[in-house]
Write a protein that binds this ligand. Structure first.
Ligand code: ADP
Ligand code: MG
Length: 686
């Protein structure tokens, strides 16, 4: 093809090479094996292929409504073929009395079946029985279509490519033993058949093979990273439990740790004492007490003469961590500092100075700030809170902060089912706090329709009278940000009308406020000056105000499950009974209804996560992972979970027998991994 179209293919679909083209899979196949008699076409027929003779052609109408209409008759009946564009050209190429093989989407107009812009081919004798192929249709874009590279034309390119290549061009990469054991077909066959199958069975076999390959290779790469790290990486050693840890544990710890917290601390101590670099994912539901684990581990670092830093995704959260950790460590001689975008001038200079001098032991901040210019004297561990907001590249930058890579602990409250976590985060070690601190009362969750808002407000008044505080959250969704913003303001005014000053005070935070203002308003709520906090989801992550007992979520149908769960986790943190009220419009879609039902029936983060995956798929669990690390084109992390688990087990088994992939049988695997390796060295990340 010419340079212009080639350029467009690169830009629009990222197709640069033959290999890219091979990996551009069809999303559907047209079944060309069947010819449908016109008479048997009904309004439920979606697509059909018919064979017949053109009995009439005429143009109808003028101007924009102008169209070309042809009648095609087979032995059973007649169907109308309609064109709105390219009329002159089509009229020239069709001839009355000729026979055609016609394929297209069926629509009904005035009770008669028709096809708009069908595919037409001259009907030859050999085609009369139906072509013995399934014709692929590929994803394309409007721009490409306008240049003659629609979903079918891309198929022609691919077809041409297959005419020029043979099995030696698409070399097998899986060990023979594996192919035999799993009864999967060879690679060349699979690529041929995923594009040009003769039967649906052939197509399914090809998909099976390529999905397995994709997941197996991804798992192998991750497992190798993990094994390499376990075997070869050097890590700083937190060998002793000393004064800081022990003093805090015996004199300052405000509560008994849960068994789960103790177990996780043991796991981390094992890792950090081993001489290898730790890379651990710590999962714990909202409120399970991850912060205290972080504090103890940072004290362990101090005991061994190392600095640590705790990175939070938002300014508010960093400030909260700083405030609560400073409070916990009050009375102990530990140097803690906060570094965020709003810390400037002399204060910033002092902190940066103390860090490089090694006087500061614990740094808390927003990740953007810490990544930037900060240098440590001897950074021993980085703890990243709420990882699902934290990209892979960002973590890579941390690597450069110390000679020996610091340990990394990633904490997340996004509940990911364990099996899925093993796949998506297969290169990380994994800990889970699967137990909430004792004495937590369950949060009563109810669903109310908008027209019951007055009643809800009455309930809120009663709670405020008891001295409690309330969150009211409004959705703010990117695409319709302006509209949502207006809703938020209207909502705010509305709440104000129910709760007039000076008896009540309402604070508001949202993403459009300058950081300083956001902080001030947030603080009004933390200090109980404001009884109500009206906000967008900026408070979603981590904020801790134990006196708040009611979470009202407006337009709850617009939120995803994990978001709702996160928001609900803001209440139920103190001793008082807490409530979550989900307010929705009267009309609810099926999925929204399911989400609300899930929320009112369970508080278990892992159950909710399973449901969430079922409803939504894993795409948003961690965008970076899904697209960057695993780079899955064919397989789906949730729907293909059984294959994914099989692939992981097989990958571990292969590596267990032959860690370096040096055996004759595994050599092709090793070569493939080598070829596939991108410019980035993933082993240096996280
Ligand atoms: P998350 O895991 O969501 O980050 P936090 O660390 O913010 O949870 O802890 C939630 C609340 O539970 C905090 O107020 C914390 O002080 C408290 N907490 C943590 N661990 C325990 C425990 N073992 N016993 C009692 N309260 C605890
Ligand atoms: Mg937290």
């Amino acid at each position: 093809m010419g340079p212009q179209r080639a350029d467009l293919l690169k830009k629009e679909l990222g197709i640069y090479t033959f290999n890219d083209l091979l990996y551009h899979f069809p999303f559907r196949h047209i079944d060309r094996t069947k010819i449908t008699p016109v008479l048997s076409i009904t309004p439920v027929t979606e697509y059909a292929q018919v064979a017949g003779v053109i009995t009439s052609i005429e143009t109808i109408g003028n101007g924009p409504g102008k169209r070309l209409v042809a009648s095609l008759a087979d032995k059973s009946d007649e169907i109308e073929l309609v064109w709105f564009q390219g009329i002159n050209w089509i009229q020239k190429s069709l001839a009355q009395g000729n026979a055609y093989l016609v394929y297209g989407r069926i629509s009904f107009f005035n009770g008669k079946a028709q096809m708009v812009h069908p595919d037409m081919e001259i009907l030859t004798d050999e085609k009369k029985e139906g072509k013995a192929v399934l014709e692929p249709v590929y994803p394309s874009t409007e721009k490409l279509k306008s240049k003659g590279l629609g979903g079918k034309q891309i198929g022609k390119l691919t077809f041409t490519l297959f005419n020029h290549i043979s099995a030696s061009d698409i070399k097998e990469n899986l060990p023979d033993g594996l192919l035999r054991q799993l009864k999967i077909e060879d690679r060349f066959k699979a690529f041929s058949h995923i594009h040009f199958p003769r039967t649906d069975e052939e197509y399914q076999q090809a998909v099976k093979r390529l999905k397995f390959e994709e997941l197996f290779i991804a798992q192998l790469r991750m497992a190798r990273l993990m094994i390499n790290r376990h075997h070869f990486s050097k890590g700083v050693i937190f060998g002793k439990v000393g004064h800081y840890f022990n003093t805090f544990y015996s004199d300052y710890l405000p509560f008994e740790l849960t068994e789960a917290q103790k177990r996780v601390i043991r796991e981390i101590r094992n890792d950090t004492g081993s001489g290898k670099q730790m890379n651990r994912l710590l999962q714990g539901d909202v409120g399970s007490g991850k912060t205290i684990v972080a504090v103890l581990i940072m004290l362990l670092a101090s005991d061994n003469g190392y600095q640590s830093c705790l990175m939070a995704p938002t300014e508010i959260l960093a400030q909260q961590h700083y405030a609560s950790i400073s409070r916990l460590l009050e009375g102990m001689k530990v140097n803690v500092a906060l570094l965020t975008g709003t810390v400037k001038g002399a204060e910033r200079k002092r902190i940066v100075g103390e860090l490089t001098e090694g006087e500061l032991q614990i740094l808390i901040g927003t990740h953007a700030v810490i990544e930037e210019a900060v240098q440590f004297k001897n950074l021993g561990i980085v703890i990243i809170d709420e990882q699902h907001r934290f990209g892979v590249e960002q973590r890579a930058r941390l690597w450069q902060k110390a000679k020996i890579p610091p340990h990394v602990l990633v904490m997340t409250a996004t509940p990911i089912p364990r099996t899925l976590a093993m796949t998506a985060y297969g290169d990380l070690d994994y800990s889970v706090i699967d137990e909430l601190p004792p004495g937590r009362q369950p949060i009563t969750t109810v669903h109310r329709y908008e027209n019951a808002r007055a009643k809800v407000m009455g309930f809120l008044k009663a709670e405020i009278a008891k001295g409690r505080q309330i969150y009211i959250v409004f959705p703010l969704i990117e695409e319709s940000a302006k509209l949502d913003y207006e809703n938020l303001m209207k909502g705010y005014e509305n709440v104000k009308a129910y709760f007039p000053e000076p008896k009540y005070y309402i604070s508001m935070v949202h993403g459009k406020q300058p950081a300083a203002q956001k902080e001030q308003n947030m603080r009004q709520f933390v200090t109980k000056e404001a009884q109500i906090l009206v906000s967008t989801t900026v408070i979603e992550v981590g904020v801790d105000v134990p006196n708040a007992t009611v979470m009202v979520i407006e337009s709850a149908e617009k939120f995803g499950l994990s978001q709702l769960h996160q928001l609900r986790g803001r209440v139920g943190r103190g001793a008082e009974k807490s409530y979550c009220i989900l307010i929705t419009g009267n009309k609810l879609g099926n999925d929204a209804r399911e989400r609300i039902k899930t929320m009112t029936s369970t508080q278990n983060g892992f159950e909710i996560a399973e449901k969430d995956l079922e409803l939504r798929g894993p795409g948003e669990i961690d965008g970076t992972r899904q697209s960057g690390m695993l780079n899955l084109k064919l397989a789906h992390l949730v729907k293909d979970r059984p294959v994914s688990e099989l692939a992981r087990n097989m990958a571990l088994r292969v590596l267990n027998d032959d860690p370096e992939l040096d055996s004759a049988e595994n050599l092709r695997l090793k070569e493939f991994l080598q070829e596939q390796k991108e410019g980035i060295s993933w082993s240096k990340i996280s």
